[in-house]
Design a binder for this molecule. Structure first.
Ligand SMILES: [Zn+2]
Ligand SMILES: [Zn+2]
Length: 443
């Protein structure tokens, strides 16, 4: 038994070595095979992770490798905790704990006007503006305020507030100032300003090996492009937009409604110009939008090492913006076809090799499929059934670092014949006779 334990220890050391050797680009040996005995498999729970094809590998090897693939980094990053110091909302608004809702509202209005980033260009103003909005959002809501009074900021988690989960502070501002008498009057109505175009999504399915080694792909993307007829202005050629007479160019109109509680005034988007403040003869090609749906062919360079779930960003190839705004981005979502023989997990490849019991005893060389094509693998004499051999750097290139590659793990399946010829049987019986003393000694 001592020899088996020794072999396992060496094998685990070899695995660790091979992980480190990933940072050493010079190691390119073909069949640097190292035995990993599965005799050490204590439990199967590691095996189930990330590999479900029915083949099994030594738990040490799989454990070491499963923890490592590229997406493992993201998981780690995703699970990190952000700790916030409790904010004192009362101090932020400069009010007292017993102050009324009206006091809080008036304090918010005063500060929000002072720190709105449109008027206050101090570097800290925007953050301050957000803090004020956050504080007001909580303290203006009776329920949230009472939770906050009792449990602090932590109590508000999951309440639609607290720890970075606030509503847009600008929406809050708009809702209180209604865009009238506030700051947004001078910048023109939002609809008239250039707006960035939306991002576009494209789903791309790749062949197994294309994802591993990278590929150039021509894709056809349909998205909104700037209209050539009107150069994106939306106005018919030769016409100039005139100011909307309904709203006087403001893009908004004031409506008055009589309610049982009195007269209410409300600001609404101008129905005549849809908030643009201008009336123009619409371009007949784009019907005034300034953009038309077109299909464009884009040459895409898919980097080596992408996997299902990878997302490539192609800058500025999304939908065109409105009123001269910048275009959005194109996001290519990758899906990778599976391979009948090679199983991929992150940057490693898993494969099985069948050998006869005689080859297991005497050692042999077999051809195994790899992502580089068939490669000879030397199987050492006395290999144990279920062992895995590591073919260093026969795995998937690490994305962005193509000189680094994962490994291929070959699980050796030893086949025992269920039928022997007369002659074979005779020889095996002879063998049994010879090894009898050995077997007895081992007991
Ligand atoms: Zn109008
Ligand atoms: Zn047009």
């Amino acid at each position: 038994m001592a020899t088996v334990v020794g072999a396992v220890t060496r094998a685990v050391a070899a695995i660790h070595q091979s992980q480190q050797s990933l940072t050493v680009p010079s190691c390119t040996s073909v069949a640097a095979s190292r035995a990993v005995s599965s005799q050490s498999s204590r439990s199967g729970h590691d095996l189930a992770r990330g590999y479900s094809s029915g083949a099994f590998f030594a738990s040490e090897s799989l454990h070491s490798f499963v923890a490592r693939p590229a997406n493992g980094h993201q998981q780690r990053r995703g699970s990190c905790f952000v700790v916030h110091a409790d904010a004192d909302y009362y101090a932020t608004l400069g009010v007292n704990k017993n102050d009324s809702k009206a006091d809080i509202k008036s304090a918010y209005r005063k500060l929000a006007r002072q720190f709105h980033p449109d008027v206050n260009k101090d570097p800290g103003a925007e953050q301050k503006f957000k803090d004020i909005s956050n504080a007001y959002e909580v303290l203006s809501d009776d329920e949230k305020r009472s939770i906050y009074d009792r449990f602090g900021e932590a109590g508000l988690k999951g309440q639609g507030a607290g720890a970075g989960d606030y509503n847009n502070p600008f929406d809050l501002f708009e809702s209180l100032f209604g865009g009238m008498g506030g700051m947004s009057g001078k910048g023109g109505s939002p609809r008239n300003r250039p707006q960035q175009g939306d991002d576009e999504r494209y789903d791309l399915t790749l062949d197994f090996k294309d994802a591993i080694f990278g590929v150039a792909k021509d894709i056809k993307v349909t998205r909104l492009d700037s209209c050539n007829t009107c150069s994106g202005s939306g106005a018919k050629a030769g016409t100039t937009p005139s100011q909307c007479s309904t709203c006087g160019g403001q893009g908004q109109v004031l409506t008055t409604a009589q309610t049982p509680l009195g007269m209410f005034q409300q600001v609404a988007t101008c129905p005549s110009c849809n908030g643009s403040g201008e009336i123009s003869t619409p371009c007949s090609t784009c019907r005034g939008d300034g953009r038309v749906r077109t299909t464009k062919r884009i040459s895409l360079k898919v980097p080596a090492g992408v996997d299902s779930g990878s997302r490539l960003r192609v800058r500025s190839e999304g939908n065109a913006g409105r009123k001269g705004g910048p275009p959005g981005d194109l996001y290519v979502f990758i899906d990778v076809k599976s391979d009948p023989e090679l199983k991929r997990d992150g940057t490693n490849i898993y494969v099985s090799a069948k050998i006869s019991y005689i080859d297991a005893i005497l050692g042999t060389t077999v051809k195994v499929p790899t992502v580089d094509g068939p490669v000879d693998l030397k199987i050492p004499a006395g290999i144990q059934p279920g062992s895995s051999l590591v073919m260093a750097k026969r795995g998937v290139p690490v994305m962005g670092k193509t000189n680094l590659r994962g490994d291929q793990l070959v699980r050796v399946v030893v086949q025992i014949p269920n039928k022997l010829s007369k002659e074979e049987r005779k020889l095996v019986e002879e063998l049994a006779e010879i090894s009898k003393p050995e077997v007895a000694a081992a007991r």
